[in-house]
Design a protein around this ligand. Structure first.
Ligand code: ANZ
Ligand code: ZN
Length: 834
């Protein structure tokens, strides 16, 4: 008997797959095409367990699809621009490119070590000019089509470091390095017109039935379509007024105040003569503008002293406040408040002693006062004159109709979605291919001059954008008039890089971003797998780019990813020392029923099982684990213990169990004896497993597939030598090949099979063996179930009748009498009419 040595087997088969380019996808193939993609990693330095889990799932599907006759595209690349590289440059004094490329090399070796069936010939690193130059070309195309524009927009400005900060560099309103209070500054920045596609992005969600419901809902909320009315409120006793946006025009008779945002022009104007208002506005601008902050922050307002006329009655006056919960960049930046039916308005009204007038009520509650909770449920209009008795929807329509008729308002739709600001004042990103000329304005770089390459010689010793202070890079001549001009020094948000990489994987010619026909032959991605943290922005941006490219005639694909799967995280236990520091699981042990720090002997607290993270010191580096147990055991463990959408707790016992199973499989193969004779039970078990595992893999139910394979292995181990058993062992190799491909290749060779198991076909299922040989026959008397019989399938009528008449319950019921009539339905039932 031989032992399975994963270390030598892994290396041997990985080399062979590489040399033979086994997983290279052929554009020209006549087979049906299948595109399996996992979200490409950021090259942070090392592969972590989350990557291993994600890529193992994709790999099993990709390998399975190959075995079922598909031409599979399963590529890999690197989302290689971004801030960590600049941070490393600042901290370690290493060029972002050097750092990034070294990380890519290290991580690529790690991925190869896991034996993933990837087409490395299509590898992409977004930081290379071959990629970002094509991105610049597409950006120019979108500009031509009017989908790119510039406008003033606020950035986070660190007044000490004199630099623009990314949102993640602002911590509690302060700069991450300087600790200075961050200011908002207006800069002219680049935007992509995603709002042009808001409707289509929303409607398209309906067809994505292979996406998790929760992800579709998150996208829907992000796009945030609100149907309502815009209407004008006029000042009482002076000219002028403002527009509000409401989704509840039906509640207009319940209005008790109006409010505008702190940065509303009217507030700004009034503040000129009011130091108190100035102070209030300053206070509002300090607190966070995130939706969550606004929900929870105390509602505050400043009474401007101005009064406005109610649209239904010029003699009905409402106060105008400046309020901290009204946002300038939503709707019109102004509202009317109806405290009875909006919680924010209610909190506000209670604080400032404003009336709370119910105008919607479920039947029987018309005069019930509203307490601490706004009523947002269904009902009919009350205390609302011409609206009384109407349902909410009808009342909305009636108010809009009247407003339109009288000319003070109209029905409208507003969106939460904003155009996508893609300017970043950073070095390590795609240069935005434009030139600023004093005479010609903003001039696109001619395509013949692409790529606009990043300069290599940059310094990070002081904060700010190195492109801005580079001595020569930005000084160029205007492409139109040749006058000395300046290059744009903003680079693109890295989300742009990941918005089209899946198209470039499908087709990557040298002279253009992609070849349309080739790209269309692979797209859409049939199965996309990644983390739920990308459920909103990345997916929305990729869906937008696909639509934008379609609009400009570059590609005709409706949705980039028809199937989406978001996998759970890999978790591990956490431990906290009394001083608040986290300890890794290796730094603690159990002593006398307590968990103590090995070094100090001090007791530590067992924390929760949480997502692996460096900050909690609960990561397990896959590298050494793969070296110890081999790639297959790690892959098997990643698939086996939890449903793929759920968290997977890492455990030593788990990986050891996987390792033992790999060895059991090997012993089965190694001990194969060719023998005679049939074992029908094992045949059936085998064919049910072939069908079941195929179905599970298609559904990404990997843990279920694994469970079935365990069962089959048990059955084979228990079975006596027979021709059936030998066949089962030969077949099981192909069934486990997607999961433990190295062992499968090794076994395939050991058994003298032809070629590679990676190229083998998925075993055929014999449908006859999926059906049980025995059937249960219902025995009825006068249509009532009295007994059951287990008989061989196809038992003849006469035999069934005889067996039924001899059944114990039937004998008792009939009590010697002969039935009047006997109805037999073979394989189903016998009915005796007494
Ligand atoms: C009056 C009203 C009465 C409202 C009522 C709601 C309930 P969504 O669904 O998110 O679109 N609103 C409008 N613009 C706002 C802004 N710039 N900042 C803060 N709040 C704003 O929310 C629309 C509702 O939020 C609008 O409908 C408005 O309040 C408020 F019983 O108008 B409503
Ligand atoms: Zn010019």
């Amino acid at each position: 008997a031989s032992r399975f040595n994963p270390l030598s087997a892994d290396a041997r088969w990985q080399k062979i797959w590489d040399e033979r380019e086994t997983f290279r996808a052929s554009d020209a193939s006549a087979k049906p095409k299948s595109y399996v993609l996992e979200m490409f990693p950021y090259p942070s330095g090392r592969i972590h367990m989350g990557h291993v889990r994600n890529y193992t799932m994709g790999d099993v599907l990709a390998r399975f699809r190959r075995m079922t006759g598909h031409e599979v595209l399963h590529p890999m690349g690197w989302d290689a621009f971004g801030m960590p590289a600049e941070n490393a440059a600042m901290e370690k004094n290493v060029h972002p490119g050097t750092w990034t490329r070294a990380n890519i090399a290290a991580m690529k070796a790690q991925l190869k070590r896991l034996g993933f069936a990837l087409d490395w010939s299509r590898e992409i690193a977004t930081c290379e000019p071959e990629y970002y130059g094509q991105e610049q070309a597409l950006f120019l195309d979108l500009y031509e089509a009017g989908l790119v524009y510039r406008k003033e927009s606020a950035v986070n400005w660190d007044p000490v470091d004199m630099t623009v900060l990314a949102n993640e560099q602002v911590i509690d309103g302060k700069g991450w390095r300087s600790g200075a209070v961050v200011e908002k500054r207006k800069l002219s920045q680049w935007f992509l017109k995603i709002t042009d596609f808001a409707d289509d992005l929303l409607n398209g969600l309906g067809a994505l039935d292979q996406w998790p419901e929760k992800v579709r809902l998150m996208q829907e909320n992000w796009i945030g379509k609100s149907v309502g009315m815009r209407c004008t409120f006029h000042f009482a006793g002076r000219p002028g007024g403002f527009e509000v946006f409401t989704t509840r025009p039906d509640t207009l008779y319940g209005a008790s105040f109006t409010a505008i945002a702190a940065d509303h022009p009217i507030a700004q104007e009034l503040a000129k003569n009011s130091p108190d208002l100035q102070a209030f506005i300053a206070e509002c601008q300090q607190s966070g503008t995130a939706a969550a902050d606004i929900e929870t922050a105390e509602k505050k307002g400043f009474d401007t002293g101005l009064r406005v006329q109610h649209p239904f009655d010029p003699n009905w006056h409402l106060p105008l406040y400046v309020a901290n919960f009204v946002l300038m960049d939503y709707g019109t930046g102004a509202i009317f408040g109806c405290p009875a039916h909006d919680q924010r308005d209610l909190d506000f009204a209670r604080k400032y002693g404003l009336p709370v007038n119910r105008v919607v009520a479920p039947e029987g509650h018309e005069n019930e006062p509203v307490g601490g909770e706004a009523y947002v449920g269904p009902g009919r209009l009350v205390h609302s004159h011409f609206l009384n008795g109407m349902e909410i929807e009808a009342a909305k329509q009636a108010v809009i109709a009247r407003a339109q008729h009288e000319g003070w308002g109209k029905g409208t739709t507003v969106w939460r979605l904003r155009d996508w600001g893609v300017s970043r004042q950073r070095y390590w990103g795609t240069p935005i291919p434009f030139i600023h000329c004093d005479d010609c304005g903003v001039v696109p770089v001619p395509k013949s001059q692409l790529p606009v390459k990043l300069p290599e010689d940059v310094s990070f010793d002081i904060p700010g954008n190195p492109l801005d202070r580079h001595p020569t890079w930005k000084h160029v001549d205007c492409p139109k008039c040749a006058k000395a001009s300046r290059r744009e020094t903003d680079t693109l948000d890295t989300f742009v890089d990941s918005s089209w990489y899946f198209i470039r994987f499908a087709s990557q010619p040298d002279d253009k971003p992609f070849d349309r026909a080739v790209a269309e032959s692979w797209l859409p991605v049939g199965q996309y797998i990644g983390g739920v943290e990308h459920a909103i922005l990345h997916l929305l941006y990729a869906r937008f780019w696909t639509r934008a490219l379609k609009k400009i005639g570059k590609i005709d694909v409706a949705e980039p990813f028809t199937g989406l799967f978001t996998q759970g995280m890999v978790t591990h236990e956490t431990y906290k020392a009394p001083d608040g520091n986290w300890l890794s699981p290796q730094e603690v042990e159990a002593r006398d029923g307590q968990i103590v720090a090995i070094a100090s002997g001090e007791p530590v607290q067992r924390g929760r099982v949480e997502k692996m993270s460096k900050s909690k010191k609960n990561t397990v580096d896959p590298g050494p684990i793969v070296d110890q147990y081999g790639a297959d055991a790690v892959r098997w463990f990643m698939l086996s213990d939890s449903p793929p959408e759920r968290d997977l707790p890492w455990s030593e016992a788990g990986i050891e169990g996987a390792w033992r199973f790999v060895n059991r499989l090997w012993r089965l193969i190694d001990g194969l004896e060719d023998a005679q004779g049939e074992d029908k039970d094992l045949d059936r078990k085998l064919h049910k497993t072939i069908a079941g595992v195929a179905e599970d893999i298609e559904d990404l139910g990997f843990n279920k597939a694994v469970a079935k394979l365990y069962e089959l292995a048990n059955a084979i181990e228990k079975a006596k030598p027979s021709a059936s058993r030998a066949t089962a062992i030969r077949t099981v190799l192909r069934l486990v090949a997607p999961m433990v491909p190295h062992l499968a290749e090794e076994g395939w060779a050991r058994l003298g099979e032809d070629g590679l198991v990676a190229d083998a076909a998925w075993p055929d299922v014999d449908p006859a063996l999926l059906v049980d040989d025995e059937v249960t026959i219902a025995v009825q008397i006068n249509g009532k179930l009295r007994d059951t019989l287990m008989v061989a399938k196809g038992t003849p009528r006469e035999e069934l009748e005889k067996l039924a008449l001899a059944a114990p319950n039937v004998l008792r019921q009939l009590d010697g009498a002969a039935p009047k009539k006997v109805i037999v339905v073979p394989d189903r039932l016998v009915n005796l009419v007494a």
